[in-house]
Design a protein. Structure first.
Length: 181
């Protein structure tokens, strides 16, 4: 059975975690919420705090070798906190080093700036972080979903149907020789 890690913390955009999680689980994929936090993390929805979600494992308890792929939901608060957590950044880097599929949506790509894995990669994201991603070496395009050798990105929750389809496809395909940090 394939296993996917969703790395998130307080302030993740709720639908950007729940929608891909449901799409993967519907295909028989085991999905774990990984976080620097213990217990639960709180979602963000429509400009307000929303529900809390159970953390399956803390980032310090897991390794990229435990999973087939990584998913990074957005939200403004979530990636801003994760990018300051060294264990989370190392966890992200290891997926790229191992050639495993990585998916990020909206502001979720901000953590990848600190992981230093964007140079030469074609990506999309929420438009407000376009310049940050370009400054990190990425080639930013305004498309609903972009796949670059096992690395899948999308702009906003409106793109979730296309994003989820590609995420599932990439997870099922597995490792990509062209995936790189």
């Amino acid at each position: 059975m394939k296993k996917v890690a969703i790395l998130a913390t307080n302030g993740f955009e709720e639908v950007e975690l729940t929608s891909p999680k449901e799409a993967l689980e519907s295909k028989g994929v085991a999905v774990h919420i990984i976080s620097p936090e213990k217990g639960e993390i709180k979602a963000w929805k429509d400009g307000n705090w929303s529900k809390s979600y159970k953390v399956d494992k803390q980032v310090e308890e897991v390794s990229a070798t435990d999973y087939n792929a990584l998913l990074l939901p957005g939200g403004v608060l979530n990636p801003d906190q994760l990018r300051q957590d060294a264990k989370s950044i190392d966890f992200i880097k290891d997926f790229f080093k191992q050639g495993k599929p990585v998916s990020a949506i909206c502001h979720g790509l901000q953590t990848l700036i600190d992981a230093d894995v964007l140079k030469g990669r074609k990506v999309t994201s929420f438009p407000s972080i376009k310049k940050d991603l370009e400054n990190a070496g990425a080639h930013w395009v305004d498309e609903e979903v972009v796949v670059d050798s096992g690395f899948t990105t999308s702009r906003t929750p409106d793109d979730l149907p296309a994003f989820n389809k590609k995420v599932v496809e990439e997870v099922m395909e597995g490792k990509h020789e062209e995936q790189h940090a």
